[in-house]
Design a protein around this ligand. Structure first.
Ligand SMILES: *Cc1c(COP(=O)(O)O)cnc(C)c1O
Length: 219
């Protein structure tokens, strides 16, 4: 059942975008099922939940943190996290660098950009992202790599609005991809969820984060 859904989503993505299976609130038995169907990239939005699940599952899973991250919790995921998709400040990036150094790692990160027409969603404005990517302080961060952007479209039925928001994020991505530093090398654009991943891929997404379409709705 889960396997069929995963295979049909993978078929639609046709190698254009990577599938991040969003497993928040779901039990490890379901994650194992998704793993057995071929999923190797899992997204969680809470540090504690990710830290609990990670040791119970195979070691070759890439764990993506997709929710708001507090600086005091970075230390718990630093040993194993593959990609932190929700960087929204220099201070957070500095803490990720510090904790990654303790484990002799370089942790890949995305800047989360606020594109939705909603107050509640986290993220940087385009201007703030550009300032961060040009700040001299980045030179001190040997243990992080900024490899792209993540954004959430507005939760709406208006497909044209969603498409406009994704198109704007892709334009920002292309513009910021010109910035080359030793720890800035854009290659991933994470956009699209269960309801809008097809539009996102059409607009240039390289990574879709799909939860409920695979695992059913969350209660
Ligand atoms: C929950 C979540 C998703 C997945 O949402 P679905 O609609 O269940 O696919 C994607 N991205 C983020 C940041 C999330 O928190």
């Amino acid at each position: 059942m889960i396997a069929d859904t995963i295979h049909s989503i993978e078929q639609q993505l046709a190698g254009k975008a990577k599938l991040i299976a969003v497993t928040k609130t779901k039990p490890v038995t379901l994650l194992q099922e998704a793993y057995d169907a071929g999923c190797r990239r899992f997204g969680e939005n809470k540090v504690q939940e990710m830290v609990e699940k990670q040791p119970q599952l195979p070691i070759d899973i890439e764990w993506h943190l997709i929710g708001h991250l507090q600086t005091n919790k970075v230390k718990y995921i630093a040993p194993f996290v593959a990609l932190i998709q929700s960087i929204d400040s220099l201070k957070l990036l500095q803490e990720v660098n510090k904790q990654a150094a303790r484990y002799n790692r370089v942790i890949d990160c995305l800047l989360q950009i606020h594109i939705a027409d909603e107050e509640t969603k986290f993220g940087l404005s385009p201007e703030e992202a550009e300032i961060l990517l040009n700040t001299p302080e980045l030179d001190d961060l040997q243990h992080i790599r900024l490899i792209g952007l993540m954004g959430l479209a507005t939760n709406t039925d208006d497909e044209e609005q969603i498409r406009r928001e994704f198109r704007g994020l892709k334009q920002l991505f292309d513009q910021l991809a010109e910035i080359k530093r030793f720890n800035v090398a854009f290659q991933e654009l994470s956009m699209g969820m269960s309801g809008d991943y097809q539009i996102a891929v059409e607009e240039g997404s390289t990574m879709v984060r799909v939860g409920s379409a695979i695992f059913g709705s969350r209660f």
